[in-house]
Design a protein around this ligand. Structure first.
Ligand SMILES: [Zn+2]
Length: 96
C-alpha cells in the first residue's frame, strides 16, 4: 500500500477516538421508536421530529436520545433542548 495512504489511515484511527473534532451541521435520520418510526432532522442547530410530543414541546425522547449519543459532535446550541422549557425535569413534571 502507498505509504501516504497508510499515514492517513493511522491518522483516521486517531481521529476516530476524538469525536469532539467533528461538529454536525445538519442531519436527517429515522428513529425506530417504541411504537413507530419517526423522522428527525437537525438544521441550523434546530431540531425537528414528526412525533406528536415534539409538536407541543419542541423536543422529545427521540431528540433527547440523539443529543446524548452525539453530544460531543453537536454545536452548543444543538445540545440544548429547543423547547422554551430547557429543563427536562420540568417537562416530565408538566406531563405527570
Ligand atoms: Zn420525537
Amino acid at each position: 500500500m502507498h505509504s501516504d495512504l497508510i499515514g492517513k489511515i493511522e491518522k483516521a484511527r486517531r481521529y476516530a477516538q476524538e469525536p469532539e473534532r467533528i461538529v454536525i451541521g445538519a442531519l436527517q435520520a429515522t428513529f425506530h421508536g417504541g411504537n413507530s418510526d419517526h423522522s428527525i432532522s437537525l438544521k441550523d442547530n434546530h431540531w425537528s421530529c414528526d412525533c406528536s410530543f415534539f409538536r407541543m414541546w419542541h423536543t422529545c425522547a427521540h431528540i433527547i436520545a440523539f443529543q446524548k449519543i452525539f453530544d460531543l459532535m453537536l454545536a452548543p446550541e444543538a445540545r440544548e433542548a429547543t423547547s422554551p422549557i430547557s429543563n427536562t425535569d420540568e417537562m416530565a413534571g408538566a406531563l405527570s
